[in-house]
Design a protein around this ligand. Structure first.
Ligand code: SME
Length: 153
């Protein structure tokens, strides 16, 4: 049986597929995805993108409190997602060496790399929660499928 979280992700994926049929633009798709996740998922305190730009990691579209605009090179959770190319789940941000705190209320975090149509990493989706240990493999799997929709169709 599906958990309520899985059910919610299923509905969000269906809704995004429908919404994304209206435009293939990357930024409108990212902005729309943020709005849906931020407002529909429990405990998502900050949802947004950090995008590579001339070797820097700069904030993109987001929902939530004011964020760091540029992340110091090669440290923190977002850069780890970029350099490893893998999803990073951080149950307790205080135990992650080099973690960058843009808002001290964030306690746990998940970062999902975003691949473009040429399978190149262009940035990450970053989600923070005020609850410790908020993210698990269900989030990792579904958020991976959700970011893959950005460059589909
Ligand atoms: N914590 C992130 C920085 C971005 S904020 O969470 C919005 C990091 O360590 O890379």
């Amino acid at each position: 049986m599906k958990t309520s979280k899985e059910g919610r992700y299923s509905r969000i994926k269906e809704q995004l597929q429908d919404l994304f049929s209206r435009t293939s633009g990357m930024l409108p798709r990212m902005a729309t995805l943020n709005a849906l996740l931020y407002h529909k998922m429990d405990g998502f305190f900050w949802v947004g993108f950090y995008l590579l730009n001339e070797g820097k990691l700069l904030v993109g579209p987001y929902q939530g409190s004011l964020a760091c605009m540029e992340l110091p090179s090669k440290k923190g959770v977002c850069w780890t997602g970029i350099t490893t190319g893998n999803t990073v789940i951080v149950p307790d941000v205080h135990n992650f060496p080099g973690h960058i705190a843009c808002d001290s209320r964030s306690k746990s975090e998940i970062v999902v790399p975003v691949y473009d149509r040429n399978n190149k990493v262009i940035g990450v989706l970053d989600i923070d929660s005020r609850e410790p240990d908020h993210f698990d493999q269900v989030d990792a799997e579904n958020l991976g499928q959700i970011v893959a929709l950005i460059f589909k169709g």
